[in-house]
Design a protein around this ligand. Structure first.
Ligand SMILES: [Zn+2]
Length: 215
């Protein structure tokens, strides 16, 4: 299944420092549990590899190592534990705790007539992407929606299913612009996710009309 891992292009973007913060913290979160992607990232990051080729010749080794440490997620765990106390109750990857700017308590948005909720954790001013923390109780469906831009999802706890397959803790899912899906969470565990969007999702059916009226 190709959908369970970030693309090689994205790994290269993370390793070379080109990825935005939402992508970076999500890829790091995936790397925490995915040895094949850690190996792939190490490969593209080795001297003579793509990373070195993409760096200006004058860049000092310290800056290179700094990028690699962040890219490979090699910073000691717990280094950012005191940061962002408002996010302490949520099952975020270490990289997200470390790199996210401090925020006040998350402001939850409710999905109409659905137990799902989400909060915007970060808006990237350069790329325009947003990082969302999502929560669904077990064994529930998230309503059908259209992706106006690319959507990437990292499963933090629990799992969900859709037309692409079954996504468990640590799995990565990518959905291209113009695609649509509805998801069902698995029994037994709350499903927490990180999502990166470049454009808002549009609910299908009556929720979509409601969404448009509120704009
Ligand atoms: Zn992977």
């Amino acid at each position: 299944m190709t959908a369970m891992h970030p693309s090689e292009e994205l790994l290269v973007a993370v390793a070379s420092g080109q990825a935005d913060l939402p992508h970076r913290v999500m890829v790091e979160g995936h790397l925490d549990s995915c040895a094949p992607c850690r190996a792939a990232l190490a490969e593209v990051s080795t001297p003579g590899g793509l990373l070195l080729a993409s760096l200006p010749a004058a860049r000092p080794p310290d800056a290179l190592w700094e990028r690699l440490r962040v890219g490979i997620g090699a910073l000691p765990p717990g280094g950012g534990a005191a940061k962002n106390p408002a996010l302490a109750p949520f099952p975020l990857p270490e990289g997200a705790r470390r790199e996210m700017p401090d925020i006040a308590a998350p402001r939850w948005h409710r999905v109409p007539a659905n137990p799902g909720r989400y909060a915007v954790l970060f808006r990237d001013q350069v790329s325009g992407s947003v990082l969302l923390l999502g929560h669904m109780p077990p064994r529930r469906g998230f309503p059908a929606h259209l992706h106006l831009g690319p959507e990437d999802i990292l499963v933090l706890t629990g799992g969900y299913e859709d037309h692409l397959g079954s996504f468990e803790q640590g799995d990565w899912a990518s959905y291209p612009p113009g695609s649509q899906h509805r998801t069902f969470t698995e029994p037994g565990e709350e499903c927490w996710t990180l999502t990166r969007l470049e454009k808002p999702n549009l609910y299908l059916g009556w929720r979509g009309w409601l969404q448009r009226l509120r704009r």
